[in-house]
Design a protein around this ligand. Structure first.
Ligand code: SF4
Length: 125
């Protein structure tokens, strides 16, 4: 029989794999092979640790919860358009050189664009 921590780890992995869509609490305990009581306990524990968030959802006339990961692993897509990836100055760029990321306009501009789009997304929700 798996230890409670093993189940929590497995549950967190399942929830993270669900990504931004999240998954219903009932789907979680089905995938875990756990009882509804055990599944609820695990979801509450993960929420109290700040690892997931639960949102109430009406499903087939009954209230349940949809579970979302609070953090998702970073993907390579998130830095694919970073100017450093194709920068000719990259070999000479460093914190103590003549060319530094701290003084780079291209990098600052890219970071501001990301910050702005993140702000717009969060502002919409
Ligand atoms: S910080 Fe600027 S100069 Fe340095 S590698 Fe990135 S884009 Fe090039």
């Amino acid at each position: 029989m798996p230890k409670p921590n093993d189940l929590e780890q497995k549950a967190l992995q399942i929830i993270m794999n669900a990504g931004n869509e999240g998954l219903l609490q009932s789907e979680l305990w089905r995938k875990l092979g756990a009882s509804s009581r055990e599944g609820s306990r695990i979801a509450l524990k993960l929420e109290s640790k700040g690892l997931i968030r639960r949102e109430r959802e009406l499903r087939d006339g009954r209230w349940t919860y949809r579970l979302y990961p609070k953090r998702l692993p970073a993907s390579i897509d998130s830095i694919a358009d970073c100017p450093c990836m194709m920068c000719p100055d990259s070999p000479r760029c460093g914190p103590s050189g003549n060319i530094t990321p701290q003084d780079c306009g291209k990098l600052s501009e890219w970071l501001f664009r990301i910050a702005e789009s993140t702000y717009n997304i969060l502002g919409d929700s």
